[in-house]
Design a protein around this ligand. Structure first.
Ligand code: CU
Length: 492
């Protein structure tokens, strides 16, 4: 009895020791993998123009012997007589008192978050001077969705150095394509956007595309874990007369996909990411999903009686009330809007006639601690290399790990198909495509804006965890570097 008892005890303690050892080894391995993967997000020094090109022999074969190199900094806005619109934006630490009683230690432009709404007319020259008062890591301004020249794209370590405290940087470009856009810092974007360094940019068309009585821009924002609309946490209200046509420009700057509903009136979706829909039909009771970075322009005719409410199905405080009278009852969604068969095709714009010089496949996924594209993270992902003038097909598949709204800088792309099915309605042009699990989209990009263009998930948390890569034009160089040495960490 005594002997076997001792044996059992010994055995038990050995098992205990073994599992402890196993646990220690496992924990050690996890920590090692974690630090190895963190290294991906914070390299010492990377040239985003050339980091993988040596392995792209196909590109070198295509390289024309006499072709010239151009620095991103030399790619600037054309010099013309466009009317100049000048703005000053100062980034600073600011305590903001929200109307829900909370105080946020925010980072603001001109003392507010969102920063001032910049509204210009198609064809204007924007001249925006950014001053950094006291944001220690530095800041930049990126013009989300606007096809700016490379030097004006505002990506720290790619198109410029981060603007440090006491420094200034002046951006200038032609507001050539009307639409709903926004701006945000592209230095440590996942941190700085959530701290408040963002705002709305509206480029109004020279000739009105719709007859409207009110044009309202509303920015959905996650301000340090407080969901707000134009900075307000208890909803927004706008007056309006019965019969008024309201153009509502909705921008989702948050990481989460938002489901939006319209109660009290039918509506039309007249533009996606600022790009017009051809012959948009009337939508009744449908809700729509707006992914991080995306914009929806709605056209709503206010009814003869009662209000219209535009609201989020997830966040009760995100409510916009339009018009006067009684509030409509909250109705359940009658299904989700889809661009697959919305609006009318444009015969002159036939998909069948498109051809491609080059194609890329991007699989969006994740492993242990990082988000990945084709199984790799950040600067280890080979860039999509293109030559100016090429027609490029990009096939994007969401392999899981959440919604991935993929954003390509400097370009507007056309959506050709979803899960192998071609679009049947209006042509759809976007700069940010919301992908959900197991969805595949084919995108068509014309390489008409030479530069070095970041391509990343606009759930900026995912971007910071590695879901960010480059679309690089052959022959474009940059003197700027990403990494801990320069302090330029565009998507951290
Ligand atoms: Cu993502």
């Amino acid at each position: 009895m005594t002997t076997s008892g001792t044996m059992k005890k010994k055995k038990r303690s050995r098992i205990g020791l073994n599992s402890l050892l196993l646990l220690v080894i496992l924990a050690g391995a996890l920590v090692a993998v974690y630090f190895w993967q963190i290294r991906l997000q914070k390299p010492e020094e990377i040239n985003m123009a050339h980091h993988m090109q040596h392995s792209e022999s196909a590109m070198h074969a295509a390289h024309q012997p006499g072709s010239q190199e151009a620095a991103c900094g030399s790619l600037t806005a054309e010099d013309n007589n466009a009317p100049i619109r000048q703005f000053e934006l100062t980034a600073a630490q600011t305590s903001l008192n929200l109307d829900n009683g909370k105080t946020v230690e925010a980072w603001t432009f001109n003392g507010q978050s969102p920063g001032p709404e910049l509204r210009v007319t198609e064809g204007d020259r924007m001249v925006v001077t950014l001053t950094n008062k006291d944001i220690d890591d530095g800041v930049t301004l990126h013009w989300h969705g606007v096809t700016v020249p490379c030097s004006q794209d505002g990506v720290a370590g790619v198109t410029q150095d981060a603007v440090m405290p006491g420094e200034q940087f002046t951006y200038t470009f032609i507001a050539s394509v009307p639409g709903t856009y926004w701006y945000h810092s592209h230095q440590m974007s996942s941190v700085q956007a959530e701290k408040g360094l963002l705002g709305q940019l509206i480029i109004e068309p020279k000739a009105a595309d719709y007859e409207i009585n009110q044009d309202i821009a509303v920015l959905l924002q996650d301000l340090d874990s407080n969901f707000v609309m134009n900075g307000k946490s208890n909803g927004l209200a706008a007056q309006g007369n019965p019969g008024d046509a309201v153009r509502l420009r909705l921008t989702n700057t948050a990481n989460d996909t938002m489901e939006m509903l319209v109660d009290g009136a039918p509506y039309r979706i007249i533009a996606l990411d600022g790009n017009p829909i051809n012959e948009p039909g009337l939508l009744e009771g449908k809700s729509f999903l707006i992914g991080g970075g995306q914009r929806y322009d709605l056209l709503i005719d206010l009814p003869e009686q009662g209000k219209v409410v535009v609201r989020s199905s997830q966040k009760d405080n995100l409510r916009l009330i339009l018009g006067s009278g009684a509030e409509p009852a909250e109705a359940l969604s009658q299904g989700l809007f889809s661009f697959m068969d919305y609006g009318a095709p444009q015969p002159a714009d036939r998909v069948e006639e498109l051809s491609f010089d080059r194609s890329y496949e991007l699989k969006l996924g994740q492993n242990l601690f990082v988000n990945t594209i084709n199984g790799k993270s950040f600067h280890e992902i080979p860039p999509m290399n293109v030559i100016e003038g090429e027609h490029v097909k990009i096939t994007v598949t969401n392999d899981g790990g959440g919604d991935h709204p993929l954003h390509i800088h400097g370009h507007t792309f056309r959506v050709l198909s979803k899960n192998g099915e071609p679009l049947r309605g209006s042509p759809v042009y976007l700069d940010t495509i919301l992908t959900k699990k197991d969805e595949t989209y084919e995108l068509y990009v014309v390489a008409d804006n030479p530069g070095l263009w970041m391509t990343h998930c606009h759930n900026l948390q995912h971007a910071s965890m590695g879901m960010t890569m480059m679309l690089n034009y052959e022959g474009v160089t940059t003197p700027y570097r990403v990494g801990t040495k320069s302090g330029n960490l565009p998507d951290l």
